[in-house]
Write a protein that binds this ligand. Sequence first.
Ligand code: NAP
Ligand code: 12T
Length: 339
Amino acid sequence: MKQKSAYTVAVVGATGAVGAEMIEVLEERKFPVAVLRPLASFRSAGERVIFHDQELAVRELTMDSFEGVDIALFSAGADISREFAPIAARAGAVVIDNSSAWRMGKDVPLVVPEVNRAEIVKHKGIIANPNCSTVQMVVALKPLHDRARIRRIVVTTFQSVSGTGKEAMDELLEQAQDLLSFKEPSPKVYPYQIAFNCLPQIDDFLPNGYTKEEMKLLNETRKIMGDDSIRVTATTVRVPVYVGHSESVNIETEKKLTANEARAILCEAPGVLLYDDPVHRIYPMPIDVAGKDEVYVGRIREDESIPNGLNLWIVGDNLRKGAALNAIQIAEELIKAAP
Ligand code: NAP
Ligand code: 12T
């Protein structure tokens, strides 16, 4: 891709929760878009999306969708990415893929700009956006790792339903309404009732008893931090929150970091907002972080059960930094680096 004054950008999955956020973030950040091409399934072909006060018709995704496209932002699920990302790349586009399809590929950079922007230029047509839970965790942990070397991470996530998409957001609302009017809720997207409940399962189970989502946190963290010696163990939980993933994170470091030292480091860290003042009950919550770009960190305290341990509470907007915003930040770096 050559440097231009403005680019043709395709959004695959433009009618979805992430795709809609991508179009909003492109507009908000004044990304140099010459032509926006919104793509989705045949079901929503002809629907309209608004971009810079212009109504654009959604087109059905086909083999021919990528002619003349410079950048293709994919967010229509892993099956679609597996099939169409290579087609888009062959047509000359650089794909920035939000699904899990390509993340662990050897020739696929897995990028969070604050952590490893230098990887972007190594792409061979596809760049992967990490899982939402991984993104917010590494944004907060990388600066601590650089200073004190993280040896082990124990993380429990509290993930919102928007991570699953539009239908899951509708399901939470419907179930809450049903329950408040004494009707039996009917699970469709999730295996059990999500309203007024917690589900200790995100994505499918693997033979080792972990879910795929839990293993993404291990494998993606190692790849992005560029350190396969970091040990990670995760439990991922779906909670009845609309937008914003929260994480309780325990780290063990090689060098001692006091809570105050960690606060000072995170105060300066790019993409992080320190929100930590227990005396005044200041700590991040998803209802406050939804719609924000930064990863919020609070509840920083020393783990008194080991010599070099810290506990942190990390909250991010999963549709923004966890998906759309991170993808567009990658696109911004890409065009900056273009010859
Ligand atoms: P969503 O709200 O359910 O939206 C799905 C989108 O994909 C819709 O635009 C849908 O179009 C489109 N789509 C579905 N089947 C298609 C097909 N056969 N051909 C073309 N388009 C098709 O889901 P979402 O939350 O936006 O998430 C979409 C995907 O993004 C996820 O499956 C996941 O891979 C990825 N994601 C990644 C992260 C992350 O961690 N970075 C977070 C969330 C999502 P229609 O309206 O026509 O059905
Ligand atoms: N199952 O892109 O349901 O790997 O919250 C993101 C979000 C997979 C992914 C979810 C998921 C991904 C979810």
